[in-house]
Write a protein that binds this ligand. Structure first.
Ligand code: PEP
Ligand code: MN
Length: 362
C-alpha cells in the first residue's frame, strides 16, 4: 500500500488524457519557448517536459544544457501557464529544480534501476512537498519500480505517479523498448490508487507507432501520456528519431479514443457473458494442460525404463513446426505459439528430468 494524495486533488487538471509534452532536452531558449508556445495551444497539454541533464550512453554526446535551462522553464510557466517537469538524477538536480520552482520532478529509468541512487534522491527530497513521477527501470523488474515508489513514499512523498516507458530487451523488436504491458498492469494491481501514465516516445522510439501505443495505454486505463515534442525533431540534440512536432502531436491526440472503465447495463451484460465464456475456455485449457503433462510423466517413466535421453531434438523440432502451422492456420500469432510451446517444452523437460533423476522411486 502506498500512502498517496489523490492526483485530482494535487493536479488541478482534468483533461483526458492528460498530456505531458516537450522536448527530450532543453537546448536553447528559443527552442524551448517556441516549442512551449505551440504546445500551449493544444488543450490536452498542461505540463511541459524538458531534460536539463541528460543521461547519455556514450561520452561526447549532448549531456544537457544544465541549470541555465531552468530559467527558460520559469519563463514557460510565466508566459504560457504550463506546469514544468524535469528529470532529476542527483541531489544537486533536486536542489536546483526546487530553487527554480520546477513544478514536477521525474526519476529516469537509469536511476530507478539503482537503489543507491534512488536513496540519495529520496534523502534530498525528505520533507519536501513536490510531485514525483517514477519511470520504470530499464530492465523488466517490477520490484525495482515498486521499490523506488516505496522509498519515495517512505520519505513522505505522497504525490506520486508511475511512468511506463517500456523495457530494454535483447530481442529484436519494432520498438525501442518492449512495452511488457503485464508489468504496468501488475503495478496497478499492487497499487490501485497510483496513477500510471505512459511514455510512448521511449517505448516506440518511432513517431509512426506513437498513436497505437498511446491508444493501448488509454485502453488499459492509464491516466495520461508523456510524448517528446520538438519544434524541429530532425535537429534535436538527443532522441531526434523519436520526437514529433507539436502539429503531429495534436493530430495523434485528436485520433485517440477515450475509453471508460464502466458502461451501460447492456454493455455490462454483454461483457459479463463474454467473460463467462472466457472463464469456460480457460477451464478447458487448464484441463488440457493437466492431461498433457500426465502424458509427459508417462513418457518420462517409459524413457527411464529404457535409458533413453530426455531431449529428443528431432521430435521437438517437428512438434513445434506442426503446432505453429496448426496455430497460424487458426489465426494465432506465430511468435505467440512459439513462446507458448517453448514454455510447455521447458516445463516438460523439467518434469522428465525430475522423474529420471529420482533415485528410489516407490
Ligand atoms: C527522457 O524522458 O528523456 C528519458 C531520458 O527517459 P528514460 O529515463 O525513460 O530513458
Ligand atoms: Mn528522450
Amino acid at each position: 500500500m502506498l500512502d498517496l494524495v489523490n492526483i485530482e486533488d494535487w493536479l488541478a487538471i482534468d483533461t483526458k488524457p492528460l498530456v505531458i509534452a516537450g522536448p527530450c532536452s532543453a537546448e536553447t531558449e528559443e527552442q524551448v519557448m517556441d516549442t512551449a508556445s505551440q504546445l500551449a495551444a493544444i488543450p490536452n497539454v498542461k505540463i511541459f517536459r524538458a531534460g536539463i541533464w541528460k543521461p547519455r550512453s556514450r561520452p561526447g554526446e549532448f549531456e544537457g544544457i544544465g541549470k541555465e535551462g531552468l530559467l527558460w522553464l520559469q519563463e514557460v510557466q510565466k508566459e504560457y501557464g504550463l506546469k514544468t517537469a524535469i528529470e532529476v538524477a542527483e541531489p544537486k538536480h533536486v536542489e536546483l529544480a526546487l530553487k527554480h520552482g520546477v513544478d514536477i520532478l521525474w526519476v529516469g529509468a537509469r536511476t530507478v534501476v539503482n537503489p543507491f541512487s534512488m536513496q540519495t534522491i529520496v534523502d534530498a527530497l525528505k520533507g519536501i512537498d513536490i510531485p514525483v513521477m517514477v519511470k520504470n527501470p530499464i530492465n523488466p523488474d517490477i520490484n525495482l519500480w515498486r521499490g523506488a515508489l516505496e522509498r519515495l513514499n517512505t520519505a513522505d512523498i505522497k504525490k506520486l505517479v508511475a511512468i511506463h516507458r517500456g523495457f530494454s530487451d535483447y530481442r529484436e523488436s519494432i520498438y525501442r523498448n518492449n512495452p511488457y504491458w503485464e508489468i504496468p498492469i501488475e503495478l496497478k494491481r499492487n497499487y490501485p490508487e497510483l496513477p500510471v501514465i505512459c511514455d510512448p516516445s521511449h517505448i516506440t522510439g518511432n513517431p509512426d507507432y506513437l498513436g497505437e501505443i498511446s491508444q493501448i495505454a488509454l485502453n488499459l486505463e492509464m491516466k495520461g501520456l508523456m510524448i517528446e515534442t520538438h519544434r524541429n525533431p530532425q535537429a534535436a540534440l538527443s532522441d531526434a528519431f523519436q520526437q514529433v512536432t507539436p502539429a503531429k502531436l495534436s493530430k495523434i491526440i485528436g485520433n485517440l479514443q477515450t475509453k471508460y472503465p464502466t458502461g451501460s447495463p447492456d454493455f455490462q451484460q454483454k461483457l459479463a457473458g463474454l467473460r463467462a465464456r472466457i472463464d469456460h475456455a480457460d477451464h478447458e485449457l487448464i484441463g488440457n494442460l493437466a492431461e498433457r503433462f500426465e502424458l509427459v510423466n508417462e513418457i518420462a517413466h517409459h524413457k527411464k525404463e529404457h535409458q533413453i535421453t530426455i531431449l529428443q531434438l528431432e521430435r521437438w523440432k517437428k512438434l513445434l513446426e506442426n503446432r505453429i502451422k496448426k496455430g497460424t492456420d487458426k489465426g494465432l500469432d506465430k511468435a505467440f505459439i512459439q513462446k507458448l510451446f517453448d514454455l510447455i517444452h521447458t516445463e516438460s523437460i523439467k518434469r522428465q528430468t525430475e522423474i529420471v533423476d529420482r533415485k528410489n522411486e516407490g
